[in-house]
Design a protein around this ligand. Structure first.
Ligand SMILES: Cc1cc2nc3c(=O)[nH]c(=O)nc-3n(C[C@H](O)[C@H](O)[C@H](O)COP(=O)(O)OP(=O)(O)OC[C@H]3O[C@@H](n4cnc5c(N)ncnc54)[C@H](O)[C@@H]3O)c2cc1C
Length: 349
């Protein structure tokens, strides 16, 4: 299995939540429960609520920045497993996936079984249950296109709920779940096409690398391999020996604006006639290059301008200081505000 759920890494200090995050940053937890069954996760969350204890759900720890002071409450580490087929017709198969399943293992399985719809999301760290949280996306695909239902425990209503894709409110790196403590996602239903060919390739860089036109299809395995290769070149596949991957992936989302501040900027069309600008381009053109840092412990990745990385001795305080410097530089140069993509716990930019 891929190194996606790091458990108590030797270099993390004892009791530090950094042992469970891909940044390897974050102070101690008040208490920690490892939940291997959905019922266990629900009971833990329910009991904590009754006791007035704050709860943090953590799975792969690849999209959280936890403060150096840690989390003064109960961390529930989701480690539930299981994938089962719940529907099949001539064209589609629907798979119900436990929240704690390793996302990329699931993608690999769909590719091996000739199911198309998530192949371009190969190599993304973390759990299947976290993918609806920010509508995980890459290389022209988003999970919001294949998710048909999310099964969750509604902490406010103290009830189990099934939410349709429309109820999930998927947007660009967004959903009703992001920045909300209300739901504990337990299972996710993905409806995938029965095809050994990929979905039409939408992302120009991927089409170029595959040597095809945008809109063409390629064998699933080829799409997966090519995405993994592209991602590895940018430090976007976890590798414990490569500190360029000790990150949360992209630290900032690509800003969506009504009007370009300068006409020659690269951009893509976004919803509502707006345009999306690559944050990496803004950061580079504001004067921050790969490898830039304001301290030794945390630097921009040497492979990708959007990834802020722990070089080994970093702290969350240093990470956030670097993020602030970059954000101010982009604001001063372009008048555009960058927003962090990960969920910040006990800290802020
Ligand atoms: C190298 C690298 C590359 C990345 N590339 C991409 C990319 O291409 N595209 C992309 O979209 N993201 C990317 N990410 C971000 C991250 O991998 C995804 O957001 C992933 O889905 C997070 O999963 P996780 O299990 O690690 O979530 P965690 O980090 O454990 O949690 C993230 C948030 O979701 C909440 N959460 C997690 N599971 C549940 C649950 N079951 N129920 C309720 N809340 C939950 C947590 O409380 C937290 O707020 C990348 C990260 C890294 C480190």
């Amino acid at each position: 299995m891929s190194e996606v759920f790091p458990e108590q890494r030797v270099e993390a200090s004892p009791g530090s939540l950094g042992a469970y995050t891909t940044l390897r940053l974050g102070g101690p937890a008040g208490a920690l429960t490892v939940a291997t069954e959905p019922g266990e996760a629900v009971t833990t969350v329910r009991n904590a609520a009754a006791a007035g204890e704050p709860v943090l759900i953590l799975a792969g720890g690849s999209n959280v920045v936890i403060g150096d002071a840690g989390f003064a409450g109960r961390v529930v580490l989701l480690r539930t497993r299981g994938i089962r087929e719940i529907a099949r017709d001539a064209t589609f198969v629907t798979l119900r996936v436990a929240a704690g399943e390793v996302w990329d293992d699931f993608v690999a399985r769909t590719v091996a079984e000739g199911l198309s719809g998530v192949e371009c999301l190969s190599g993304i760290p973390g759990s299947a249950g976290a993918t609806p949280i920010q509508n995980v996306g890459a290389y022209g695909q988003e999970v919001g296109h294949t998710i048909v239902a999310v099964h969750a425990y509604d902490r406010e209503a103290d009830a189990m709920v099934t939410m349709t894709a429309a109820e999930c409110g998927f947007g660009y790196r967004a959903s009703v779940f992001k920045y909300s403590d209300r739901w504990l996602v337990l299972e996710v239903d993905f409806r995938l096409a029965r095809s050994t060919e990929s979905e039409p390739i939408r992302y120009a860089e991927l089409a170029r690398q595959l040597g095809v036109e945008a809109g063409d299809r390629v064998p699933l395995e080829r799409a997966r391999e090519t995405v993994l290769k592209l991602r590895a070149g940018k430090g976007m596949v976890l590798d414990p020996d490569d500190r360029d991957t000790w990150s949360v992936g992209s630290f900032f989302t690509n800003p969506v604006v009504g009007e370009l501040p300068e006409p020659d900027m690269p951009h893509w069309p976004a919803a509502g006639g707006r345009v999306k600008i690559p944050a990496a381009w803004l950061i580079e053109h504001a004067g921050f290059s790969k490898g830039f840092g304001v301290s030794e412990g945390v630097r921009i990745s040497s492979k990708h301008t959007l990834a802020l990385t722990n070089r080994g001795s970093g702290t969350t305080t240093e990470l956030l200081e670097l993020a602030r410097v970059i954000r101010a530089g982009v604001r001063d140069r372009f008048g555009i505000e960058l927003h962090p993509e990960p969920v910040l716990v006990g800290c802020q930019v």
